[in-house]
Design a protein around this ligand. Structure first.
Ligand SMILES: *Cc1c(COP(=O)(O)O)cnc(C)c1O
Length: 474
């Protein structure tokens, strides 16, 4: 054994203590450190021939890299939709690495049984029936990709083609319809050989809504003249957290043949609150469902779930037949259900958080985050120089500069907030306007944090300066 490795082995408990102490210091400093870092990346160093041991590596990391890491796990990082990690989730994540299980299937460990138990809990949390089976994947993009892979196989089944055997080309063009699809849907269609161009957007409801107009969707399906199609319904859009009417869309299945995939990446968490659960009515009727967990469940990256009513199609697409793994049985192992073969036990952090805080603890996070989003929305509406672009429907505040809000000024506003170290927001484009989004999904965000974000924004508005009538904006 290499001496550095042998030395580390002999001091493993002390090393873990050092890592624990370092992590605890970083966590307690999370609120004080700048939320974002826009500085220079340190110069790359050559590959060490002789290593410095784990303690030396920790010292080097602490000096060279840690100071430049963002406080994305903290309470005022409101970019994208970014959760943190609850204390229990973090505990589960450490133990995931400690046990280092390969959660492909049974045979040597009960770990996949824990994944099944966790999937059952999540199914209940999101109001899905037992006809839905699921699996953990790395994120909503992969969850959407798996759901659409099943959709592709289903379309094949209706046309008498086995896509998993004959390839996507055997299908011919596939129609994919959606109102406000997330960008990852197009990526998934590219990966699956369906093609980005096959994604056709259906008109939305009037009045600044991002929800699909179901009557127009019915017209589009009618025009397909009985060709099997794929509908991607959206439960929580990223700009204004609008929800398609899932029940009305599901009812169209009686008239038209289509696979219904629902992207409920973070909107699925509306189901946890009696005040918002109606937004997810009809989710259970979907053929496949995507929910992210590293967003509003507040488990560390990377984790999401996919659910489906057709595990048989899933086995057709993803089975991995090999002499040593054998063919899938009635209860197929995860190796036959997911894009990965070897897989991390991603369920453990989710299991820990659900065991620790239960449905009520996670409901409280959802309700507090939505109340804070409303608070920031009200604050922005009352701040000179800022303009709310949409009512705050759930946990995202979409707003822009009053007056001329061209790309440059809006992005400068976002940069000024980031440079203040107080908060981090990400830009978007909504209703023909450059805008910023503040997305609340972190378990530790408070009213005081929200007020700090508003103060930072108000200060940043004055730094961006008034718009010039002559200013040319693009
Ligand atoms: C975040 C998000 C995705 C993609 O999720 P990743 O975890 O980044 O892969 C897909 N759909 C929606 C609606 C999202 O918010």
């Amino acid at each position: 054994m290499h001496p550095a490795l042998a030395d580390d082995l002999s001091r493993l408990p002390e090393l873990l203590q050092s890592a624990r102490d370092f992590a605890a210091r970083e966590m307690s400093g999370l609120e004080a450190r700048p939320v974002a870092h826009l500085g220079r990346v340190p110069d790359a160093r050559p590959l060490p021939a002789e290593g410095v041991g784990a303690e030396g590596a920790l010292t080097s990391f602490a000096e060279r890299w840690a100071p430049g890491f963002s406080a994305s796990a903290g309470p005022r990082y409101l970019g994208f939709v970014t959760g943190g990690a609850t204390p229990a989730a973090l505990t589960g994540d450490w133990l995931t690495s400690t046990y280092d299980q390969n959660a492909t299937g049974r045979g040597d460990s009960l770990a996949t049984g824990l994944e099944q138990e966790t999937l059952g809990w999540l199914r209940e949390l999101f109001g899905l029936g037992t006809d839905h089976s699921g699996a953990f994947v790395t994120g909503a993009t992969v969850s959407n990709t798996v759901g659409l892979a099943l959709a592709r196989e289903w379309v094949g089944e209706h046309l008498g083609v086995s896509v998993s055997e004959a390839g996507a080309a055997a299908l011919g063009p596939v129609d994919v319809l959606s109102g406000s699809p997330h960008s990852s849907i197009a990526k998934a269609l590219s990966v699956l050989g369906i093609g980005r161009d096959r994604l056709r957007t259906v008109p939305l409801l009037p009045g600044g809504r991002e929800a699909v107009d179901v009557a127009r969707l019915a017209d589009a399906l009618e025009a397909l003249d009985r060709r099997p199609a794929v509908v991607v319904a959206n439960a929580g859009t990223v700009n204004t957290v609008d929800f398609d009417d899932l029940r009305a869309i599901a009812e169209l299945k009686e008239r038209f043949g289509f696979w219904l995939h629902v992207d409920a990446a973070f909107g699925g968490f509306a189901a946890l609150s009696p005040a918002y659960a109606h937004l997810t009515d009809g989710l259970d009727a979907a053929d496949s469902v995507c929910v992210d967990l590293h967003k509003w469940l507040n488990v560390p990256y990377d984790a999401a779930v996919q659910f489906t009513r057709r595990p048989d199609l899933q086995v057709r697409v993803f089975h991995n037949a090999s002499p040593y793994l054998g063919l899938p049985t009635d209860e197929p192992d995860f190796v036959h259900l997911t894009p990965e073969n070897s897989r991390r036990l991603r369920a453990l952090p989710a299991w820990f958080s659900l065991a620790a805080y239960g449905r009520e603890g996670h409901r409280e996070i959802v309700e507090r985050n939505t109340a804070l989003a409303r608070r920031l929305g009200d604050g922005i509406a009352g701040t000179a120089g800022l303009r709310l672009l949409s009512p705050v429907r759930l946990n995202v505040v979409c707003f822009t500069l009053a007056g001329s809000a061209g790309r440059e000024r809006v992005h400068a506003l976002g940069r000024a907030v980031a440079e203040s170290g107080e908060a981090f927001l990400t830009p978007t484009f909504y209703e023909g306007t450059h805008a910023l989004r503040a997305a609340f999904s972190n378990w530790r965000t408070t009213e005081a944090d929200t007020d700090r974000v508003l103060t930072a924004l108000a200060r940043a508005v004055s730094s961006v300066g008034p718009s010039e009538p002559s200013e040319r904006e693009t």
